[in-house]
Design a protein around this ligand. Structure first.
Ligand code: NIG
Ligand code: FE
Length: 412
């Protein structure tokens, strides 16, 4: 089955030789083709090029005329907590009144509030809530997704979350990666006994998660008021024994040492990074770890912004993901994340494209099949409404400019 998208005003982020990630000054470079075609066979990209070079002898089953419109590779969202129960807008009001994220957490709100709700919610209901959210973000241009556990905080409920993620992997059209985040917060019944909770993560959770093949990666919230570098060290070693590569929450609330411990264990990514200095930059430069910034969380919590300009100018790659979760970023809209990248982090529109596609694909371990328009990669794209330039896309930050999405060759 061949589908031809023709007369594309601009085919954005094409690669003849796909890169696994984009770093430093390379991030500002995007290849695009004006007046282009994109040829799809079944679920993959077969070819692309200038309209005038299209071989008209090829038999086509389905046409789409994209006159005036642009075609982009789908966003890859490499950091979410999209499986959760209910919502937490009451804490949102508390935040508006001046309480900090840590103060809300200390009162038993925050992650523990979501853990309580999740405990009371059936596996089916949890699945249905997540499914709805995933369809919403598919329509907003996301074509691959990482999802974390971490609202269970006991063996049964963590497994419940991971089973929901497994079911979503099987039923949703987009690629999904699962991350085990048992060490997201110390649950109420372990208050004052953090080390014992870490023992439970290591001895009671990781072996089962691994034996049931419920996770691809392992995460720890390594930050002030949450888990220490020593806890993180122990959990990552335990996870890696079972082949779970780290992808951790680090340096959101302080210079926590999270970046260093992540790099020490060759984490695929370290995420958040509001607190980044010269030492963290030096460590990351000498690593294969993708620094991942979550603009939605910094925006929503009114936190300081990561020094993204400094990081890119130092030669680092940077990825941008949504962190979709009920407490610090209740949105998975990657177009809005792109605008935040430009406005709050002074990233160029081209840098933002690399940061939300190639680099997030790397941070999910799928850059061979996702993250750009390249022959042989999955046909995961979105078609815009008529727009004048690629700058217009993040500039018009409140407009829905996505007309149609295609996931693995199928239009939605
Ligand atoms: O990535 N920082 C830690 N965890 C989530 C927030 C989870 C929540 O508040 O529910 C985050 O921001
Ligand atoms: Fe997160």
């Amino acid at each position: 089955m061949k589908t031809l998208i023709k007369n594309i005003k601009k085919l954005v982020h094409t690669e003849d030789k796909p890169k696994i990630k984009s770093a430093g000054s390379e991030m500002a470079k995007i290849n695009s083709i004006d007046n282009a075609f994109l040829l799809i066979e079944d679920n993959k990209i077969l070819d692309f090029g200038k309209m005038e070079d299209f071989d008209t002898k090829i038999e086509i089953d389905k046409f789409y005329d994209a006159s005036g419109k642009m075609v982009y590779p789908s966003f890859c969202d490499s950091h979410t907590h999209i499986v959760y129960a209910g919502s937490r807008e009451i804490e949102y009001s508390d935040k508006i009144k001046g309480l900090s994220y840590e103060e809300i957490a200390k009162r038993g709100g925050g992650i523990l509030n979501s853990a309580k709700l999740l405990h009371e919610t059936s596996e089916n209901e949890l699945y249905e809530q997540a499914e709805k959210r995933i369809w919403e973000i598919i329509k907003q241009g996301t074509g691959a997704l990482e999802i974390k556990s971490g609202y269970g905080l006991n063996p049964d409920d963590e497994l419940k979350m991971l089973r929901v993620i497994k079911r979503l992997k099987e039923t949703m059209p987009i690629e999904i990666k699962a991350t085990f985040l048992g060490a997201h917060s110390v649950p109420a019944n372990y208050k004052g006994r953090q080390t014992e909770y870490v023992d439970s993560v290591i001895n009671e959770m990781i072996p089962v998660v691994a034996s049931e093949e419920l996770a691809d990666y392992i995460d720890v919230f390594c930050d002030k008021g949450f888990f220490t570098v020593e806890d993180t060290d122990r959990i990552l070693i335990a996870g890696m024994k079972y082949g779970l590569r780290p992808k951790i929450h680090a340096n959101e609330l302080d210079f926590s040492g999270g970046v260093q411990v992540g790099v020490k264990y060759n984490a695929l990514s370290v995420d958040h990074l509001e607190f980044i200095g010269d030492e963290e930059i030096a460590v990351l430069l000498d690593s294969e770890t993708m620094p991942t910034v979550l603009p939605g969380a910094a925006f929503f919590l009114g936190m300081r912004f990561s020094p993204v300009r400094k990081m890119i100018d130092a030669g680092l790659p940077v990825a941008l993901a949504s962190d979709f979760n009920p407490g610090s970023s209740p949105s998975g809209n990657m177009k809005l994340i792109s605008s935040m990248g430009c406005i709050n982090y002074k990233m160029l529109p081209e840098e933002v494209i690399n940061a939300t596609t190639t680099n997030t694909a790397y941070a999910m371990g799928i850059s061979d099949t996702h993250g750009s328009i390249a022959r042989g990669k999955f046909a995961n794209i979105f078609i815009t409404k008529p727009i004048p330039t690629i700058e217009f896309f993040p500039y018009a930050y409140g407009s829905n400019l996505i007309e149609k999405v295609m996931i693995k060759g199928k239009f939605y």
